[in-house]
Design a protein around this ligand. Sequence first.
Ligand SMILES: [Zn+2]
Length: 487
Amino acid sequence: MQKHIHEHFGKIIALFSTMIMAQAISISASAQKNSTASSFPNPKNIIIMIGDGMGFNCVKAADYFYGPMQFESFPVKVAAATYPAKVGSYDDNDTSKLKWASGYNPALAWKDSGYLHKNFTESAAAATALATGRKTYNNVIGLSVKGDTLLNLCELAKSHGKSTGIITSVPFSHATPAGFVAHNKSRSNYSEIATDMLFKSRCDLIMGCGNPEFDDNGLKLSGAWKKSRYVADSMLWLSLKSGSGEQTSFVLKDKIYEVKDVSGDKIPDPWTVITSEKDFRKLMSGKAPKRVLGIPEVYSTLQQSRVFGKNETKDSPPFITPFNPNLPSLAEMVRGGLNVLDNNPKGFFVMIEGGAIDWANHDNQKGRMLEEMKSFSDAVDTVINWVNKYSNWNETLLIVTADHECGDLWGGNTFTPLADNGKNKLPGLKFNSKNHTNALVGVYAKGKGAEMYDLMAGETDPVRGLFIQNTAIPQLIFMMWGKPVTF
Ligand SMILES: [Zn+2]
């Protein structure tokens, strides 16, 4: 204990001297811009990986089933509070329907099993918090409680000339990736959000599901397909594919949309559209196109939404029903995505989401949750291997976290520890909810600037230990990278 206190004290002193130094530099060279930012660690690349709905006990369950996840041994481990600013439903005509949330009280959280079932966030408010550093109201994308447009990490990174992108195992216009790219009053406006992501954003890479030509088993739909909202519009989707790599303006509902310039040469940069497993694999090595829209041939998730085989129930272990064929894994998408993003000498920002962990938790599917944990953990390992081979931990920062807990997952009733039944054996698990909770989640950081997250942890939970606010994750990046330069 004493040693830890000393260590922490030492780190605080180090932070203060950095801050004083930063101030001294900015006074002595006030003409020099960005001197404060340059005094903080300044990672070239920042990668945020979000396990959607990945509470501490999802990690623990995966740990028991597969063995420890690599990210659990990262040098910086703290917890994070995920609550939003406001809960309730947004109504243009009656804003009083939104109520201020009540934060997170560590004493009550471990006393009353019902406490965490109230005032919890959903993925849109959580993504906005993680992307902009501001807590907001539930179901909103990239706007403040007052409705102001908030600067997100993709926009910040692009203003510094970096490449930016999102990769997810659920539709690309779903709440978490949308929160890092778009701005909209409601997460449910998928078509508007997808349109913004494709034509208003300057992202270099968008990868995720939502392919309207396929079902949840990855089977091609015959006849007319109706559900095209995740890619904005069915006609637009066909034009994007036929104009892949070339076309820069598109018609959508009688309006003309032009793609943005992502490299600063004032020339609009077309999307290269890939959908087949073969093209995803090809992207993993060799020369990559400048700007990629990768939509695998499946509708809502890569694997979690596939129909249950007759031997599988919600309580089954993972891998009972064979996987959908002809699809890339999240790890393969990540490998290809990094091949697109790493062409920029100024570096990149990317948000990678294991989006369907949450979907399995909502449906209280034990085995599917474990499958999604494996998929996410493999994606993290792919990033770690990429850093080791093509970058290093002195120029890249990797943060692995969750947007919220989901399912109130325990070994039995709330607060009952999970039973470890050994490797490849389903641990003793019980979902106590079909929705999110306000429980703390984990933050695991490694690389340039990771120690900043330890320093930010100023609150203590009796069980999870030191914790930060979810908003501190981007706030520290805003400090490290400095103000937006051109926007
Ligand atoms: Zn959810």
